[in-house]
Design a protein around this ligand. Structure first.
Ligand code: DX5
Ligand code: ZN
Length: 218
């Protein structure tokens, strides 16, 4: 796979969710859906019933980012609901290997996310169980935050591990990804880019997706 863009609907108009999703259809590879529970992060968004309905209402595959406690209990349900990719936070998971296997068994790609201060070291042996590693480039919880460039070396180390072990693993970045920062992430080795405000804050979200993809490919 080459470069992929996953617009975050957190910055979209929730009153017209399906229409907002359709605005990037054809341009976006995924739709990034941020699920927050006000425990793992200090914010509350949407949950399984909304994701279930979105799966049936939009053409683009759903990329669920679960910022919730107890993903061991909840994450497989998002896969069963038809999300194409389900990402849990390792800081919240009790049994990440079992959880990744459960997500895959339920038919989705399994992703694991690291908060900015969570080191990659210690999780290297777990990577073959995963389809995607999400390296957070802001503290999870809110859209529109500033990109944390201290995380860039972690993206680089993740790419080196993937290369060194010849893994089939996508590296996603999420938070503050924009025209100003996407090239830094691509250069460090990311290949799946989440962008919320940079896409939905633009007058033409589909054009913003295409332009980000072109920048990341360059
Ligand atoms: C933050 C979310 C992100 C957020 C990104 O916790 O995980 O997906 O929507 O928004 P931007 O691209 O505006 O930083
Ligand atoms: Zn996210």
């Amino acid at each position: 796979m080459g470069v992929q863009i996953s617009p975050s609907i957190l910055s979209a108009d929730f009153a017209h969710l399906a229409e907002e999703c359709e605005r990037v259809a054809g341009a976006a590879d995924w739709l990034h859906v941020d699920v927050m529970d006000n425990h793992f992060v200090p914010n509350l968004t949407l949950g399984l019933p909304v994701v279930e309905r979105l799966v049936g209402a939009v053409r683009t595959p759903i990329d669920c980012h679960l910022m919730i406690e107890d993903p061991d209990r909840w994450a497989p349900g998002f896969a069963e609901a038809g999300a194409g990719s389900v990402t849990f936070h390792v800081e919240a998971a009790t049994a990440p290997i079992k959880l990744a296997r459960d997500i895959r068994a339920a038919g989705a790609r399994a992703g694991m996310a690291l908060r900015p201060a969570t080191p990659l070291e210690g999780y290297a042996d777990l990577l073959p169980e995963l389809d995607m590693l999400l390296v957070m480039t802001v503290e999870p919880g809110f859209g529109g935050q500033r990109f944390l460039d201290v995380v860039v070396p972690k993206i680089r180390r993740a790419r080196e591990l993937v290369k060194g072990r010849d893994l089939d693993l996508w590296i996603q970045v999420d938070g503050g990804v924009s025209a100003e920062t996407i090239e830094i992430c691509a250069d460090a080795g990311a290949d799946v880019f989440v962008a919320g405000s940079a896409v939905y804050g633009a007058a033409d979200p589909a054009a913003a997706v295409r332009s980000l993809a072109a920048q990341a490919q360059a």
